[in-house]
Ligand binder design. Structure first.
Ligand SMILES: C[S@@+](CC[C@H](N)C(=O)[O-])C[C@H]1O[C@@H](n2cnc3c(N)ncnc32)[C@H](O)[C@@H]1O
Length: 281
């Protein structure tokens, strides 16, 4: 029987991140362990800037978390999970849809002796996890791929223990972003909407979470994508050995859209930190 159904956002994200071109591009450009926006101070490499984001997020987490259980939602190559395990003594489960990325994560966990980092192949919209099993939910630039962000936050809430924390970043659009700017960006990532600081704050309030911090770092977005675009241009001939030319050319066009809209203040990016009330609240 012919399946005439359109693929869901989850299926599209899985196919995208499992593709050879995407895997090669992200693995090469970010330096092998990360796929998220960096915080740039001066002329920092993408890898260093990516690590700065992780450190900034980790600095918000309540100290004394050793031995606590964390879940990285949409964990890519597991770089953040290994950082949290190594530096903060957390037990981290990496929940990620892409088997290609999960294989790399398992390999790097073994190479880096990252005991305490586990990998779970799953969809963040339907987490196969018990209620209240984590003290920290961590997520970087992953919810952008969901057509059901409220559902993902509700799943985070379900698996988070009372008193637990959520620290996340996402690629978002300013509520004033005009449709003629947002449309082509959404078309390229095959989605209908982006979140915003406001929409995440609203959902967090509805779930009963307390806002601990919202750090607006939107100015980093065009810097980051300009940097990725420069690397793509400079390394095009090397990248084309592992990526389709069509993929690279589409990526180049997409990056220009993100740079332009970000420079015009129409996109948002930053850290959101929430707390689920505990027994003493
Ligand atoms: C931009 S990458 C970020 C990866 C990682 N958080 C990092 O910072 O390096 C987006 C990640 O979201 C994951 N993802 C997208 N949709 C997902 C879903 N429905 N369930 C689980 N993971 C998903 C992708 O597989 C990918 O690893």
């Amino acid at each position: 029987m012919i399946d005439s159904r359109q693929p869901t956002a989850v299926e599209r994200a899985r196919d995208y991140y499992n593709s050879e071109s995407a895997d090669h591009f992200y693995f090469q450009i970010w330096g092998g362990e990360h796929i998220h926006l960096g915080i740039y101070e001066g002329d920092t490499s993408i890898r260093e800037a990516s690590l700065r984001t992780i450190r900034r997020m980790a600095s918000l987490v309540t100290p004394g978390t050793a031995g606590r259980r964390a879940l990285d939602v949409g964990s890519g190559y597991g770089g953040s999970a290994r950082f949290l395990a190594r530096r903060h003594g957390l037990e981290v489960d990496c929940l990620n849809l892409s088997l290609v990325q999960n294989r790399r994560t398992l390999r790097m966990n073994a190479e880096q002796d990252a005991a305490g980092v586990r990998v779970l192949a799953a969809d963040f919209e339907e987490m196969p996890l018990a209620a209240e099993s984590y003290d920290l939910i961590w997520s970087q630039d992953s919810l952008v791929h969901s057509a059901r962000r409220r559902r993902v936050l509700a799943e985070m809430d379900r698996v988070l223990a009372p008193g637990g924390e959520v620290v996340m970043t996402d690629l978002m659009a300013s509520p004033s972003c005009p449709p003629e700017t947002l449309g082509p960006i959404l078309a390229r990532i095959d989605l209908d909407s982006l979140g915003s600081f406001d929409s995440y704050r609203r959902t967090a309030r509805e779930l009963g979470w307390r806002e601990a911090a919202v750090v607006d770092l939107s100015e980093q977005l065009p810097t980051h994508y300009r940097r990725v675009l420069e690397d793509l241009e400079n390394r095009y001939d090397e990248l084309v050995a592992g990526c389709d030319r069509e993929y690279l050319d589409n990526m180049r066009r997409g990056l220009r859209l993100w740079v332009d809209a970000g420079r015009d203040g129409q996109l948002e990016w930053g850290i959101l930190h929430f707390r689920k009330p505990g027994p003493d609240d």
